[in-house]
Write a protein that binds this ligand. Structure first.
Ligand SMILES: Nc1ncnc2c1ncn2[C@@H]1O[C@H](COP(=O)(O)OP(=O)(O)O)[C@@H](O)[C@H]1O
Ligand SMILES: [Mg+2]
Length: 361
């Protein structure tokens, strides 16, 4: 029996390049080599696709230096289903058929529907959500509309575009006053908390909006929600999405919120997996997470992040279609606590992708 050829694509042009490398290293290590023929493809920070050594250790996030895709034999995947993956220079092996792609990419040019569009054009099945769901989840303003339409609770917010802010910052201040302080100012299509500020007085608004605008010309200003941060993992199954046990992230120490530093410095967060919640709150949260997955049209996997307020009131914060995937990331930890270990998780995602043909996604 011939082995299934899986291309693991990682790195990329977003600010989450190193995190993606770390996640991909773990995926490479977990793929069963008796069943899968693995092709690791790194995308450099400039966006060049290169074949890289199949060496998970080089991608680990544990060393002093953050992992990065450097150079290698360049390959391209043209948007032509009759071609396959082609070498751009001598030395790169030619793979005429890739059976499935695992895009372990976070953020823009990866988790936002763009790579998914390329894979659709190339006619290669891939792990995770399709074009629309990826793009909708990446854009926090669009996701909010779809979640609210499905009856899920989200934080009130206003959208500010670059041009609008330049033309009339006073109007934005008025809107923010109506939302009530504090607010969170964020790039509509960001990740890893980059470009996000908490604004507690109106005189901090300008700096916060300028900071978010450096990442994205579309900015979301959102009322602050008081509550615990609890996440839930979703996997699609034969009878619809399945929810993992939820887990709570607690930021310890001197952080205003779950910002970049807090996310990636080990000592800054504590994790409760499963989250210490009353049974009925856990059940309601899992139900809301499944509804969010369906409302956004997600496929394969997603992580739905909530705020859990007093009396178990749930607010959806965001939905990530390619959540962090290192063995210490929330998503794999929640699934391990739900009885699916890391290699099983990777296998399940690849098998689910193979059942989903391209087209209409
Ligand atoms: N409306 C909000 N109320 C309270 N905290 C928030 C709000 N929005 C964001 N935060 C804080 O900022 C963190 C990052 O925001 P988030 O929207 O999840 O962006 P990212 O996609 O970068 O993770 C959250 O985990 C939370 O700690
Ligand atoms: Mg988040």
């Amino acid at each position: 029996m011939s082995r299934t050829r899986v291309a693991v694509v990682f790195g990329g042009r977003s600010t989450e390049h190193a995190i993606s490398c770390g996640s991909a290293g773990s995926v490479l290590a977990a793929l069963d080599r008796d069943r899968y023929d693995v092709v690791p493809i790194g995308i450099t920070t400039e966006g060049r696709w290169v074949l890289v050594p199949d060496d998970p250790a080089r991608l680990a996030l544990s060393g002093n230096e953050l992992p990065e895709v450097k150079d290698g034999p360049a390959v391209a995947l043209p948007g032509d289903p009759t071609v396959g993956l082609i070498p751009l220079e001598p030395g790169a092996a030619l793979f005429d058929a890739v059976d499935v792609v695992f895009p372990v990419l976070h953020g823009p040019y990866g988790e936002d529907g763009t790579v998914q569009g390329l894979l659709e054009m190339a006619g290669v099945p891939y792990v995770g959500s399709g074009v629309l769901a990826s793009a909708a989840c990446m854009d926090k303003a669009v996701a909010k509309l779809l979640l609210a339409a499905a009856g899920l609770s989200v934080a009130p917010a206003v959208v500010v575009r670059d041009a609008q802010w330049r033309a009339d910052p006073g109007a934005v201040r008025t809107q923010v006053r109506a939302l009530g302080l504090p607010v969170f100012v964020k790039p509509a299509r960001g990740g890893s908390s980059i470009g996000i500020s908490k604004v507690s007085s109106l005189d901090q608004l300008q700096d916060a909006v300028e900071e978010a605008l450096r990442c994205d010309p579309k900015v979301l200003i959102e009322a602050a929600v008081v509550g615990r941060e609890v996440e839930c993992g979703l996997l699609d199954g034969p009878a619809g999405p399945q929810a993992s046990v939820p887990a709570e992230v607690r930021v310890v120490g001197d952080y205003a919120f779950y910002d970049f530093q807090a996310k990636y410095l080990d000592a800054a967060t504590e994790l409760d997996c499963p989250a210490d919640l009353p049974e009925e709150v856990t059940a309601a949260l899992q139900d809301a997470a499944r509804r969010a997955f369906v409302a956004l049209g997600c496929e394969g996997l997603a992580r739905v992040d909530f705020f859990v307020g007093e009396n178990g009131v749930l607010t959806v914060n965001e939905v990530n279609t390619m959540p962090g995937f290192t063995p210490t990331s929330m998503f794999p930890l929640m699934w391990r606590a739900s009885g699916v270990d890391y290699p099983q998780l990777v296998d399940r995602l690849v098998q689910s992708a193979l059942r989903r043909p391209t087209g209409l996604r």
